[in-house]
Ligand binder design. Structure first.
Ligand code: ATP
Ligand code: MG
Length: 266
């Protein structure tokens, strides 16, 4: 049975879709059979990051509504042979997801794939709930700023309340990913440090992704940054994929630096 990993955040625009795409590529390269599912109904963009937008015929809602079968909708990524993609629908009706249909879809995907990555929409509305209730694991993405961290904290509080796993007495594994760290700003005390963020969120860290301008070009070109070996972010995504698979990969040693909170509170 496959594992459902939901990538979520609370605040929008913090890097969920970029992480979902690159993590999916990384896990597929590590030999896992992976499907990345875009649950951001109405605002699809995981397809762009993966460079698969031109190959979309059917979407996740078509599958759930029975307008096509799963294999008709799944897009096989030609660069990573173990990677498949299920696009979001462009409908403006955000309430189109139905709990039972989502459960059925994920149960079907779990039979076929080792890992199912769900890219969740921003916010804590129904789209978020549908992306979290079947999760075995959640990666909570935050940028190092107070509003993103606060929203991430809120989401962490809601995950267990909404999850089937928690209802069954188990816990959804939760990990923090800190995105867009600028070390020079942390050093000057102008940006929250990794340590600051973790002291608020109180969950294990699974990745630190530096600010990397190459990501913008790679998204525009539809070539996930994972493939740009010299990019600092590519290594970060690779490390996250390794840690998801249980490898013990050391973090870049920036957690020791004094952050804003430490400067203020000593
Ligand atoms: N580490 C990074 N360095 C530089 N730019 C980044 C980084 N991570 C993400 N971005 C950029 O930030 C923007 C938002 O990223 P992304 O779409 O992945 O966020 P999101 O959380 O999925 O947003 P939404 O909530 O709208 O779905 C994109 O333009 C992306 O290229
Ligand atoms: Mg997104």
């Amino acid at each position: 049975m496959g594992e459902v990993i939901t990538v979520t955040s609370g605040k929008g625009g913090v890097g969920k879709s970029t992480l979902s795409a690159n993590l999916a590529v990384g896990l597929a390269h590590a030999g896992k059979k992976v499907v990345a599912v875009d649950f951001d109904i109405g605002l699809r963009n995981l397809d762009m990051i993966l460079g698969l937008e031109n190959r979309i015929v059917y979407d996740v809602i078509d599958v759930m509504e029975g307008r096509c079968n799963l294999s008709q909708a799944l897009i096989h990524d030609k660069r990573a042979k173990n990677l498949y993609f299920l696009p979001a629908s462009q409908t403006s009706d955000k309430n189109v997801l139905d709990r039972e249909k989502v459960a059925k879809l994920l149960a079907d995907l779990k039979k076929e794939f080792d890992i199912i990555i769900l890219d969740s929409p921003a916010g804590i509305e129904s789209g978020f709930e549908h992306s979290i209730f079947m999760a075995d694991r959640a990666l909570i993405v935050s940028t190092p700023d107070v509003s993103a961290v606060r929203d991430a904290d809120r989401v962490i509080g809601i995950i267990d309340a909404k999850s089937e796993k928690a209802k069954a007495g188990e816990e959804v594994q939760k990990h923090v990913v800190i995105n867009r760290i600028k070390q020079d700003m942390v050093d000057k005390g102008q940006m929250l440090s990794v340590e600051d963020v973790l002291s608020i969120l109180a969950l294990p860290l699974i990745g630190i992704i530096p600010e990397d301008q190459n990501i913008i070009t790679s998204t525009n070109e539809g070539e996930p940054i994972f493939y740009s070996e010299k990019s600092p972010a590519a290594q970060a995504y690779k490390n996250i994929a390794g840690r998801v698979l249980g490898e013990d990969i050391p973090f870049m040693d920036i957690t020791e630096k004094k952050g804003i909170l430490k400067r203020i509170f000593g």
